[in-house]
Design a binder for this molecule. Structure first.
Ligand SMILES: Cc1ncc(COP(=O)(O)O)c(C=O)c1O
Length: 383
């Protein structure tokens, strides 16, 4: 069977050197990223301070617009930040937690950074309500829905859970939250670039994520989507001069917020990281997430079939409609086995309480999946 996406392999130099199956952690770098970073260096080197007014100051908005089609966002709705946690803290700081609506609903399977941040807001009156899962594989969306009421400020929800790749049905949560006047922050980190997402069709209030994984954008490019009709009424407490309506007037005193997404900007934009993120955004947009998803399901199914045939335990939902883009295989001594796989040039990772996480992306091949399975079988002794 011919695979049209295999033509992208030369764009990712690391694929020549190893079996790279770790895109849930760090997506491979596109060759063009080196050129984008060289452009940044050239602009700094030759234009100096003038570069701010020749594109650098607007780089956040331009980069957000480049990402927008991949997650179904309208232009002008995505601001860029250092990482997902910073984006999350900016949106959390828009809530005051001083009235009856002070609850933040989370799941025990969220990425822990979310929990750390929300518990931090307890000193300002927030109350964190944690919804338990049964098995650390599947989130209990029904329990999340039940936990939402008029006391809920917002719900934090991962579209794809980082530990198990469970792709959650977020619609009932959004519907329930909106019925009682609560908001929803969707954590897209393990979904964007691998799983189709349409924030506009979902009617989601906010979304956060970063570019390190499936977007192949590298570190330093977290993003915050805000539904356009909500933007003007939000007043983040975590803010800085770049969020001012007229930043170059340097006015003292309380901020006069910018009208658009710049109100969520804190200080100086992270220019080199945003240049770095461009390459991955361009490639993902050019291929399109539906084609990426189709291939991802084919490769993860192949991997899961091979694992099941050998009796390995899978900590990932089996149904294609409930699975993100990685597969978690739980074998004895998983941490040590992972180290040996890496030493044998099969790059994967391990999460305690979950297992070995293996993540093919659009640039991987069926042969690479078979190779990883072969080595793993050798290591766990059931070839
Ligand atoms: C689902 C999810 N949310 C949030 C984060 C944290 O992102 P950041 O390091 O950009 O704050 C991660 C990181 O792996 C993640 O997988």
């Amino acid at each position: 069977m011919t695979d049209p996406l295999s033509q992208w392999r030369p764009e990712f130099p690391i694929l020549d050197t190893c079996t790279y199956l770790v895109s849930h952690s760090l997506g491979a770098m596109p060759a063009r990223t080196e050129r984008h970073l060289a452009t940044f260096a050239r602009e700094w080197g030759t234009r100096g301070v003038r570069a701010w007014h020749e594109g650098w100051w607007e780089v956040g908005r331009v980069t957000g617009d480049l990402l927008a089609p991949t997650i179904g966002a309208a232009p002008g709705t995505i601001s860029m930040h250092q990482n997902a946690t910073v984006a999350q803290s900016i949106i959390t700081s828009c809530f005051s937690f001083d009235g009856p609506r002070r609850r933040i609903v989370v799941q025990d399977l969220d990425f822990p950074s979310n929990h750390y941040l929300f518990h931090g807001f307890e000193r300002y009156g927030a109350a964190v309500v944690t919804v338990a899962s049964d098995d650390r594989v599947r989130g209990r969306i029904d329990r999340v829905v039940d936990a939402i009421d008029e006391r809920t400020a917002f719900v934090n929800l991962s579209l794809v859970l980082f530990r198990s790749a469970h792709l959650q049905d977020v619609r009932p949560v959004i519907d329930r939250a909106h019925r009682v006047g609560a908001r929803v922050v969707l954590d897209l980190y393990q979904a964007a670039g691998a799983v189709p997402v349409d924030v506009t069709a979902l009617g989601i209030d906010f979304a956060v994520g970063g570019s390190v994984k499936w977007l192949c954008g590298g570190p330093g490019a977290g993003y915050l989507y805000v539904r356009p009709d909500l933007m003007r009424d939000l007043k983040p407490a975590v803010v800085g001069w770049a969020g001012h309506a007229q930043p170059f007037q340097f006015e003292p005193g309380p901020i006069a917020y910018a009208d658009g997404l710049e109100r969520f900007q804190s200080g100086t934009p992270n220019v080199p990281s945003l240049y770095s993120a461009r390459g991955g955004y361009e490639v993902v947009a050019e291929i399109g997430v539906p084609a990426i998803r189709e291939k991802s399901l084919r490769l993860t199914r192949r991997l899961m079939d091979a694992a099941s045939a050998r009796g390995w335990r899978l900590n990932t939902p089996d149904d294609d409609h409930e699975r993100g883009a990685s597969v978690v295989i739980d074998v004895p001594d998983g941490a040590a086995v992972t180290q040996t796989l890496i030493a044998r040039n099969v790059i994967v990772d391990y999460r305690p309480g979950a297992g070995i996480r293996i993540a093919p992306h659009f640039y991987n091949t069926e042969d690479e999946i078979d190779h990883a399975v072969e080595i793993l079988a050798e290591l766990v002794g059931d070839k």
